[in-house]
Design a protein around this ligand. Sequence first.
Ligand SMILES: NC(=O)c1ccc[n+]([C@@H]2O[C@H](COP(=O)([O-])OP(=O)(O)OC[C@H]3O[C@@H](n4cnc5c(N)ncnc54)[C@H](OP(=O)(O)O)[C@@H]3O)[C@@H](O)[C@H]2O)c1
Length: 287
Amino acid sequence: MTRPTIGIIGAGKVGGVLARLLKQAGYEIGAVYSRSNAEALAQAVDAEVTGSSAEVVAKADLVLLAVPDDVIQSVAVALEKANWQGKGVVHTSGVHDADLLVPLVSQGAMIGSLHPAFPFTEAAVSTLAGVTFAIEAADETLRGWLIAIVDALEGNPFLIPPGEKALYHAALVFASNYTVTLYAVAETLLRRLGAEPEAAEAALNALMVGTVANLQAKGVPGALTGPLVRGDSGTVEAHLAALEAVDSPLAEVYRLLAQLSLPMVKERGVPVDVMGKLFAALNKPYI
Ligand SMILES: NC(=O)c1ccc[n+]([C@@H]2O[C@H](COP(=O)([O-])OP(=O)(O)OC[C@H]3O[C@@H](n4cnc5c(N)ncnc54)[C@H](OP(=O)(O)O)[C@@H]3O)[C@@H](O)[C@H]2O)c1
């Protein structure tokens, strides 16, 4: 399969990293457009800077729309006049379906989405090896291009059924964003006990690195440690009493998370009935 020439619209974090890594992997980057910051990226990937988003289409076979979620649709509308025959366009949003690009189908475009399941921050990203990329593409040629791109980046392609992006993205938010939220909760509790920020972070970083290593080595439910898998209901009771004393809603969150953990505890062969009374406050069956 011939490699498509890539066009980038949106020279931000995702557009920048994909352009640079695709260039390194041997793809030609035909053009870059961004309203204000395209020059540095274009220079780095040996591409042209265009004066409008529509001009990118003429210089590329496959256009990556790496713009904020909320403007994908309006950017697509601005591309309606371009000649899309034989060309593809994908956005990189995790939550939106490829449907946002439907207006371009009547112009001949193959539409899809390509979402790297990776937290891009301002820091430079030197590799996306091992990262999963969700792919939506009804057209076989476009699907082939996207799978080849993910292979070239040493990532893992994950084909998403149509209409399921929001659920897919919610899954990633649980694993990534809410891990940060839970870390912040733990940090606040340690700070309450007088820990300096550095001390709280050192304690939590070591704990979380160990947890991720356990997950990588043992997966679910093997990586679960703590009072639930030891069957220590007295410890859970003590946690709930301590949390109720300082932050009652947090005790509720603890109960919910414990309840979600019980199927794993059961799978590990630990009796869970003794925990039942601890979850009575949820007013629903605990497993
Ligand atoms: N950040 C992540 O961790 C992550 C991970 C996976 C997927 N994504 C998805 O990737 C997409 C881009 O996210 P990002 O984090 O790269 O955002 P970002 O860093 O804010 O970059 C977006 C870029 O789009 C450009 N832009 C904004 N409005 C535009 C317009 N109307 N026309 C052309 N360019 C425009 C902006 O540059 P100018 O102001 O110069 O135009 C900006 O550089 C989003 O759909 C996001 O959901 C993000």
